[in-house]
Write a protein that binds this ligand. Structure first.
Ligand code: SF4
Length: 335
């Protein structure tokens, strides 16, 4: 357990400043994510180092397609979340409380494990990394000293101060879910999706790498108005070069509508490309070609992927070998 870095004292309450929930807590109260508690008038990160899983995984599975292609990252998760999406695939950890008397895995142990395995970096994934915020700061600072990259897969609801701290600590890859739009109100209705987009913009401005993920959930964010809003805001906030992963949803937890149809996914991809987004992928369908990177200028296939591994890589430094178009890729390709 550790005294948290970002909080304010307001009268007899403490306000957590890690994410936009900004939970205000009386003594002994726990935040929405169940990882921060007001103990004796101080905000304490009780989830520090309490991990639900640790395993080496390809970076493409996150998904990151323009970041250290074909590398592996030691991927880890905690417990809890600040959103509670009813279709969450990982609800068994995201909706659960911290275990009683847990073993804490200290940053040194995790970094040592990544180095021993030969992973190229670390990735906080599976549940929302905001739950591990103070742990991440210590972990990624240490990881950087061992030449390991730092990445997170997040709903992007951090406060701007938290984003700055993460980047200063060494996180430079952010896979961010855009969950919905102002008209997708049935679930997670209190979320301000514009905050997610402005955070993503801020990360890019601070030099970080961003890839956006749009999980198209049947009867939540798949109506035309919502699709348009998400695509237009992507372009407006993040520009044409920021990759967009349009992913198929499958029923999970309490959300039981049918999986997203391939037709819907293809239509969204077509629309995204038509308005100018250059790197658009369709994920969770397992159809060859839909996860290839093509040169947006001449159409040449530059990177092919299959089952989350790179099967073909043809870039001349960061340029298309045929027409010399510059392709945004962060980090090295690992053969
Ligand atoms: S990180 Fe947790 S405790 Fe802090 S504001 Fe967000 S949900 Fe609340």
């Amino acid at each position: 357990m550790k005294i948290a870095r970002l909080w304010l004292k307001i009268d007899n309450l403490v306000e957590c400043q890690v994410c936009w929930r900004k939970c205000r807590l009386r003594v002994n109260n726990v935040g929405v994510c169940r990882n921060y508690v007001n103990l004796d008038g101080k905000l304490v990160h009780v989830g520090y180092g309490v991990l639900s899983a640790v395993e080496s995984r390809p970076i493409e599975i996150k998904p990151f397609f323009h970041y250290w292609p074909n590398s592996t990252s030691l991927t880890f998760s905690g417990y809890g979340c600040n959103f509670y999406c009813p279709w969450c695939q990982n609800y068994h950890i995201s909706f659960s409380k911290l275990p009683e008397n847990p073993r804490r895995i200290m940053p040194e142990e995790l970094v040592e494990k990544a180095v021993k395995i030969g992973d190229n970096g670390l990735c906080a994934s599976f549940n929302e990394p905001a739950t591990l915020f103070d742990y991440l700061l210590d972990l990624f600072q240490l990881a950087r000293k061992h030449d390991l990259y730092g990445t997170i897969v997040t709903n992007g609801y951090f406060t701007p101060n938290a984003i700055k701290e993460l980047i200063e600590a060494g996180v430079d890859g952010f896979s961010i879910d855009i969950k919905g739009c102002p008209t997708s109100r049935r679930a997670i209705a209190s979320i301000d999706h514009l905050k997610v987009l402005s955070n993503a913009r801020m990360i890019i401005d601070l030099g970080g790498h961003v890839e956006m993920v749009y999980l198209v959930v049947t009867e939540f964010n798949d109506h035309e108005e919502c699709v348009e809003w998400i695509l237009e805001k992507h372009l407006e906030f993040l520009g044409a070069d920021t990759p967009l992963h349009i992913n198929r949803y499958y029923p999970a937890n309490v959300w039981k509508t049918p999986p997203t149809s391939l037709t819907t996914l293809m239509k969204i991809k077509e629309r995204a490309e038509k308005i100018g987004i250059k790197y658009v992928y369709i994920g969770n369908v397992g159809i060859e070609g839909l996860e290839d990177t093509k040169c947006p200028n001449c159409g040449k296939i530059l990177i092919s992927r299959r089952r989350y591994r790179v099967t073909y890589f043809k870039l001349d430094e960061d340029r298309c070998p045929r027409c010399r178009e510059k392709i945004p890729i962060r980090g090295r390709y690992i053969p």
